[in-house]
Design a protein around this ligand. Structure first.
Ligand code: GLU
Length: 310
């Protein structure tokens, strides 16, 4: 459930620029960023989003989130595509790449500008200091947009949603998160904008992803509501931790998924999600068995999975 300030919602609906794919009862997605090779944590997300969608006869789409060009890691895009194949996933439709869709995000920014919902911000990271909540320094300066970051004006509202695993999650948007960046000074479209627009245009109804993204969800719900997009259903999965208690990530040099080990790794991922065991077989058949046995109520309802993953 979403709670959004009364006046805000009605008055701020923006025209929908492109017809989205009409959503089915269930459309899910896997949306990796090619900032490093996929690791075991990414496999958990892929398996859970795939099995959840397919067990409800839903669609499952793949989207490569590559707007942050400087952070793209050479070879990671082809590793992602090779993993999808080797692990037996069968996406519906074409795989889309966000870097090919920059004009769409720019058009949505124009809509937000026309409604006076965004402003140009010249604050550098250094100027922001250690306080991560933006202090509105530029909010009323009416700076020209060129070569500046673009921030969304957020209202003093509480946004809450009911996560399928993590339960009710709420944020006071203004005081806990502040006005957030939709486009960076270097011209890069921020993840928050691209993800909201693409989930809408692809007709996504269900988001299954890692719990490290929980705190972004209220921002995305708020932005989606401003744009008049339908609400989504969220499930944030527990994160696989390494033996130093850190979540597996590209920064922590998590091991790249080994395509030669696909059946064993799949079996481990299904086990980590505490689903009934599947027989070692061709990945496609293992996934079919996992889908037939899929039971969300068995997934651990926690933020971290302690298991010494690599
Ligand atoms: N691209 C994000 C990542 O790789 C995931 C985005 C999402 O699922 O919303 O962490």
């Amino acid at each position: 459930m979403t709670v959004i300030g009364g006046a805000a919602k009605a008055s701020l609906m923006l025209e929908q620029q492109r017809n989205p794919v009409s959503p089915q009862h269930y459309s899910g997605r896997f949306a990796p960023s090619p900032t490093g090779p996929l690791h075991f944590g990414s496999l958990l997300t892929a398996v859970a989003s795939y099995c959840d969608a397919r067990s409800q006869q839903g669609r499952w789409l793949v989207r490569i989130e590559d707007t942050d060009i400087p952070r793209i890691y050479p070879g990671s895009q082809s590793h992602i595509l090779a993993c999808i194949k080797a692990f037996g996933f069968e996406p519906d439709g074409e795989i889309i790449f966000q870097k090919d869709r920059l004009d769409i995000y720019e058009q949505v920014l124009e809509q937000l500008k026309a409604k006076d919902l965004v402003y140009a911000c010249q604050c550098t990271r250094k100027m922001l200091g250690s306080n991560h909540i933006y202090q509105d320094t530029c909010r009323n300066l009416h700076l020209p947009f060129a070569h500046q970051a673009i921030r969304l004006k957020v209202d003093e509202v509480e946004i809450c949603f009911e996560d399928r695993l993590q339960g009710r999650h709420c944020s006071q948007l203004k005081t806990e998160l502040g006005d957030f960046v939709l486009k960076r000074r270097d011209g890069i479209i921020n993840y928050q904008l691209a993800v909201v627009v693409d989930d809408y245009l692809q007709g996504i109804t269900h988001v299954v992803r890692g719990a490290d993204l929980l705190d972004n969800t209220e921002r995305q719900i708020y932005l989606g509501a401003l744009l008049g997009y339908p609400e989504l259903v969220y499930m944030h999965l527990p994160l696989a931790m390494n033996d130093q208690g850190q979540k597996l990530s590209k920064q922590n040099l998590a091991q790249a998924l080994d395509l030669q080990q696909a059946p064993t790794l799949l079996q481990q991922a299904i086990h980590a999600l505490q689903q009934p065991a599947v027989d070692l077989d061709e990945p496609k058949h293992m996934l079919a068995q996992a889908i037939a046995q899929w039971d969300v109520s068995l997934i651990p309802r926690q933020i971290e999975l302690q298991g010494h993953y690599l």
